[in-house]
Design a protein. Structure first.
Length: 199
């Protein structure tokens, strides 16, 4: 880059060490040269890019990629933090990291990048992990009851990885319409002898 004049102006767009040389001439063509060093300090923070918002099924191993992050002089470190329900479940320090999202729900994935002079940037995205595991219903063991004696049915032994929100019961037998109940437990009186199926 060459410039002329007594007080030229120049903007250094990139950090680094530059040599600046001045040459002056007199009217007889005589000249002299002097040089100086200019150190341009990096004040531009990096740009962190943790990727896009994502949605996928539970128990899937996913790659988190920081390749789209950028810095004018280069990124020297990466830090990934994955949190689930406010708890850190994964930390990593590579540009690309893999993690198995075993539980359904909403995760926060935070990437922090640092450049060569210690400037940092952060980006956070959300991963929505879909529940694909059906619940397991447990109505209890077979029982023998006296007629007209109340009996309580409970579905408390039923299980689900994220929690059961609804219980639907059906009592059926020959020559009677099905009886329907809801809730985790209920009481029922069998007024007629016979064999009933409780589902």
């Amino acid at each position: 880059m060459n410039q002329t004049g007594r007080t030229p102006k120049y903007t250094f767009p990139t950090p680094g060490v530059y040599n600046v040389t001045l040459t002056v001439y007199d009217s007889d063509g005589q000249f002299d040269t002097d040089s100086m060093t200019v150190t341009v300090v990096d004040v531009t923070p990096p740009i962190a890019d943790a990727g896009q918002v994502r949605e996928f099924n539970e128990d899937v191993e996913v790659t988190m990629d920081a390749s789209l992050s950028f810095d004018d002089v280069g990124i020297v470190s990466y830090r990934w933090v994955v949190t689930y329900q406010g708890v850190t479940v994964f930390e990593g320090n590579k540009k690309k990291e893999r993690f198995n999202f075993t539980d359904p729900g909403l995760y926060e994935v935070t990437l922090t990048v640092t450049d060569g002079v210690g400037l940092t940037a952060e980006d956070t995205v959300q991963y929505s992990v879909i529940d694909v595991t059906p619940p397991t219903a447990s109505v209890g063991i077979d029982v023998e009851l006296d007629e007209d004696a109340p009996h309580t049915f409970s579905g408390s032994a039923s299980q689900d990885n994220v929690g059961i929100v609804d219980w639907e019961w059906v009592i059926s037998a020959e020559d009677m319409p099905p009886v329907r109940r809801t809730g985790e437990s209920f009481e029922y009186v069998f007024s007629e002898p016979g064999v009933y199926t409780v589902t």
